[in-house]
Design a protein around this ligand. Structure first.
Ligand SMILES: Cc1ncc(COP(=O)(O)O)c(C=O)c1O
Length: 406
């Protein structure tokens, strides 16, 4: 079926579902952090359909009928995104869904000129029991609040953040990859200064939106290791800079060093600390994690310039749960040769095993106890995170958040 053919009937179902879902959310058990809930947008209410199909998560998931196996980590059009506006006088508005993937932005917006912009990345999963759940959205809400404060933007309240994520997923249930395909719906919440300022000052108006993209299973045939290049001639973040915040400028600054690494044949780039150029900070878009030779200790760098990764935090909690020691401490680059497992970790793929790290003219080869670059500890932790995300393993830490409270 072509894109346009299914779009209209499915949209009706989806909007009905949003209405039903949101109504039950408002009436039903409302967790403290969701109080008070913003009203559903007028636009959605106006578009309420006369035909009241009982659409459920189960009946709508995956109806976009995409080639789920072919999905990558790339932009794809969906049925819309959720947007809120903030002004100092009125605070946050009630939010609304937009369908056209364009945003009307003042030409002098501080986001465009001075990088007053921060974002987040998290995923929603179609679980084994048929429900759709998001992985640790409250942690993303809090991290965005920290980024907002650093860039003098109004923090998005947790209830608005969670509600916006829920609305964006509910409106796009058709694009949630069905259970068993290994895919997920990636959520991208973004906060930007959207009013003009030509002197360097914070904006007066802010826009917060949550867009979603269906993404595929990165490791179809199991974990695949890659080689890393230690960036030379460029720093990622100064010790008292903005490396610990998920702000847009960090990623623009990484484009050139990252592409140099790629042109040398390295899919992933590792940054050392900017002051001494000796201690490991992190990869371009993921944290550095390692396991000691005896397999007993999970190690990750301590540095003021690292983004606090929610995946890293989760893996650490699982490592502790498995009886491993965990250490957050400075890790000099020479130490990488002594680890039995090294990996990059982040929301996009959970774990990317690293088999080789090239630093200037030195090459560190990572080999586990059995000589394989994909070691048993990270393999196990990876499976556990995925098991929890897809509802195949008990969610003993309470990480998964449903779309609708029942
Ligand atoms: C610089 C950087 N480090 C680490 C991560 C991993 O963080 P998380 O596990 O929260 O996705 C990301 C991705 O968000 C990132 O951009």
């Amino acid at each position: 079926m072509g894109h346009g053919e299914w779009r209209t009937p499915h949209l009706l179902l989806i909007l009905t579902a949003i209405h039903l879902a949101a109504a039950s959310t408002i009436k039903a058990h409302q967790p403290a952090f969701l109080s008070p809930l913003p009203r559903l947008s007028k636009e959605i209410n106006r578009r309420r359909t006369p035909f009241r199909a009982v659409a459920t998560e189960e009946s709508l998931v995956g109806t976009a009928n995409l080639d789920w196996e072919a999905l990558r980590f790339e932009y794809l059009p969906t049925d819309g995104y959720c947007v809120y506006r903030y002004t100092a006088e009125k605070g946050w508005d009630d939010g609304r869904m937009e369908q056209e993937p364009y945003i009307s932005l003042h030409v002098g917006a501080t986001a465009l000129h001075y990088g007053q912009a921060a974002f987040e990345g998290l995923k929603a999963f179609h679980c084994k029991d048929g429900k759709v759940r998001m992985f640790r959205p409250l942690d993303n809400a809090r991290r965005l609040q920290r980024s907002a404060e650093r860039l003098m933007m109004p923090p998005v309240p947790e209830n608005i953040f969670i509600y916006a994520c829920r609305q964006a997923v509910l409106a796009n249930l058709a694009y949630v990859p069905p259970y068993g395909t290994g895919g997920s719906l990636y959520l991208r919440p973004v906060l930007i200064g959207s009013s003009p300022r030509i002197g360097v000052q914070p904006a007066e108006e802010y826009t917060f939106f949550v867009m979603v993209i269906p993404v595929g299973d990165y490791y179809k045939g199991g974990l695949q290791p890659v080689s890393a290049w230690v960036v030379e001639g460029y720093d990622r973040a100064a010790p008292q800079g903005v490396g610990a915040y998920k702000v847009a400028g960090n990623y623009a600054a990484d484009l050139l060093p990252n592409s140099i690494g790629k042109s040398k044949g390295f899919p992933i780039a590792l940054y050392l600390d900017a002051k001494e150029n000796r201690y490991i900070d992190e990869f371009s878009t993921s944290n550095f994690i390692a396991v000691t030779q005896d397999g007993n200790t999970y190690v990750t760098p301590e540095s003021p310039s690292i983004l606090p990764s929610i995946t890293n935090l989760s893996l650490m909690e699982l490592a502790k749960d498995e009886g491993l020691d965990t250490q957050r401490r400075p890790v000099p680059i020479e130490e990488v040769g002594s680890f039995s497992e090294v990996a990059a970790c982040g929301t996009a793929v959970i774990i990317t095993p690293i088999d080789r790290i090239v630093h200037k003219d030195k090459t560190y080869v990572v080999r586990g106890p059995d000589g394989r670059p994909v070691g048993p500890v990270f393999e196990r932790l990876y499976r556990r995170v995925r098991g929890i995300q897809y509802g195949e393993e008990a969610d003993k830490f309470g990480w998964m958040v449903p779309l609708i409270d029942r």
